[in-house]
Design a protein around this ligand. Structure first.
Ligand code: PMV
Length: 359
C-alpha cells in the first residue's frame, strides 16, 4: 500500500530568517521498469510507465523566498550555472498560473545532488521532484492553502511532471506508476500513483547496482528522443506493447514471478534502445561495453541460481536488478567479471527506497 512521508511536517516545518523563509526537500531518483518514451500535449505520457524509487541517489533542494517581484536565482552543487538557472526560470514561468503567488516573491534555489549528474541516473527526476515538493510546501506557507496528504503529493507529482516526466514518479517511494491504466484505480496521465497492490515479499528488497560504462554527456537528449516518437513508424505498436508490459509486470510483482519480471524488464530496456535506433534519424546511445555486460549477465543467469537481470535508461550505463537474497553471489560476479567494463571501475549501489523526505 502507499506509504507517504509524514504529512504533519509538510507545511509547518520551515525556517524563518528575518524576512526570508526557507524550506528543503530531499528527493531520490527512480529507475523505470516499463519505460515512458513518447509524449503528447503538455508533458502527458503516451503510455503508462512503472518504476521503483531509489534510496541513495538523491537531490536536496532548499528553496528560500522573500517579498519581491519574481526574481529567481539558482545554485547547483554550490555553483551558479546559467543553463540550469535559465531552465528553472522557464519552468517556474510555465507554472505561474498554478502558483500565482510566486510573482510576489524572489526565489533562491539551492540544489545539490549526491551523485554525479553524468552518471546515467535520472538526475532531472530527483531535481524536479524536490523542487516541486518545495514549491508545494511554499504554497502552504505563504497562502495557508491546506491540502490532504493525498492531494499534496498528487499536486507535487503533477508539478514535477511539468518539469520532467519521470520526476512525477519520484514524489513517492516504492513501486510507482504514472499514466492512465485500467489496472490502477485513480491513475492519471497528469500525476503518478504509488502501486496500490500488495507486492510479493521477494520484490520488496530489490537492488539496483548501476555500472557506469561511460560518463560522457548524451549525444541526443531525452527531450529530443521523446519528440522523435511523434513520427516513429513503430509508435502505435510500442504504446500497445508498453500497456501490455505494464499489466503483466504489475501481475509479476504481485505474484513474485521472476521469469516474467526478467522477460518484461529486459524487453523494455532493449525495446527503448531499439526505438532510438529506428527513429528518423536513428541514433545509438549504447556502447560496446554495454553489450559486453548484457551478454555476461545472461550467461551468468543461466549458470547461477540467481535471477539477476538488467535495465537501461536513455544512456549506456547498465542497471543490475536483483533480490537482496542474491547480493553475495552478484557482488562476486560484479567484482570479478563486470567492473572491467566500467569507466574507472565506477559503480553505484542502490536499492528501493521510501521516497522523498522533508529536511
Ligand atoms: O523524464 P524524461 O523526459 O527525462 O524521460 C525519461 C525517459 C526514460 O528515463 C528513458 C524512461 C522513464 O520512464 O524514466
Amino acid at each position: 500500500m502507499k506509504s507517504y512521508p509524514n504529512i504533519r511536517h509538510l507545511g509547518s516545518d520551515f525556517k524563518k530568517l528575518n524576512n526570508m523563509n526557507k524550506i528543503s526537500w530531499q528527493s531520490p531518483s527512480n529507475i523505470a521498469l516499463v519505460k515512458y518514451w513518447g509524449k503528447h500535449g503538455v508533458q502527458l505520457p503516451s503510455n503508462p510507465s512503472l518504476s521503483f524509487t531509489l534510496n541513495n541517489c538523491h537531490t536536496t533542494t532548499e528553496l528560500q523566498w522573500e517579498a519581491g517581484d519574481g526574481n529567481i536565482d539558482l545554485l547547483f552543487d554550490g555553483q551558479r550555472k546559467e543553463r540550469f538557472t535559465a531552465r528553472a526560470r522557464d519552468y517556474i514561468s510555465s507554472i505561474a498560473s498554478i502558483f500565482p503567488f510566486l510573482k510576489e516573491y524572489n526565489l533562491h534555489i539551492d540544489s545539490t545532488n549526491n551523485f554525479p549528474h553524468s552518471a546515467g541516473i535520472a538526475s532531472s527526476a530527483s531535481a524536479m521532484s524536490s523542487l516541486a515538493l518545495c514549491l508545494c510546501s511554499m504554497e502552504y506557507e505563504v497562502t495557508g492553502k491546506t491540502l490532504t496528504e493525498e492531494e499534496f503529493y498528487q499536486k507535487a507529482s503533477n508539478i514535477a511532471r511539468l518539469g520532467s516526466g519521470s520526476a512525477a514518479r519520484s514524489v513517492y517511494g516504492g513501486y510507482v506508476s504514472w499514466g492512465k491504466s485500467d489496472k490502477i484505480p485513480g491513475s492519471s496521465d497528469e500525476y503518478a500513483t504509488p502501486l496500490p497492490m500488495e507486492i510479493n515479499e521477494s520484490f520488496k528488497d530489490i537492488r539496483d547496482t548501476i555500472l557506469i560504462v561511460d560518463q560522457g554527456i548524451k549525444v541526443v537528449s531525452s527531450r529530443a528522443g521523446h519528440k522523435l516518437m511523434d513520427r516513429h513508424p513503430y509508435a502505435q505498436q510500442r504504446f500497445a506493447r508498453a500497456n501490455k508490459n505494464f499489466n503483466d509486470l504489475t501481475k509479476a510483482l504481485q505474484e513474485g514471478d521472476d521469469p516474467n519480471f526478467i522477460r518484461i524488464v529486459e524487453q523494455e530496456a532493449l525495446g527503448l534502445h531499439a526505438l532510438m535506433m529506428s527513429s528518423t534519424p536513428g541514433y545509438i546511445l549504447l556502447k560496446a561495453n554495454t553489450l559486453n555486460i548484457i551478454h555476461r549477465i545472461r550467461a551468468f543467469r543461466d549458470l547461477s541460481c540467481t535471477t539477476l537481470c538488467f535495465t537501461l535508461d536513455a544512456g549506456p550505463n547498465v542497471h543490475l536488478l536483483y533480490h537482496g537474497s542474491d547480493s553475495a553471489e552478484v557482488e562476486e560476479f560484479i567484482t570479478e567479471e563486470l567492473l572491467l567494463y566500467c569507466s574507472d571501475k565506477y559503480r553505484i549501489d542502490d536499492h528501493i527506497g521510501n521516497g522523498p523526505e522533508k529536511v
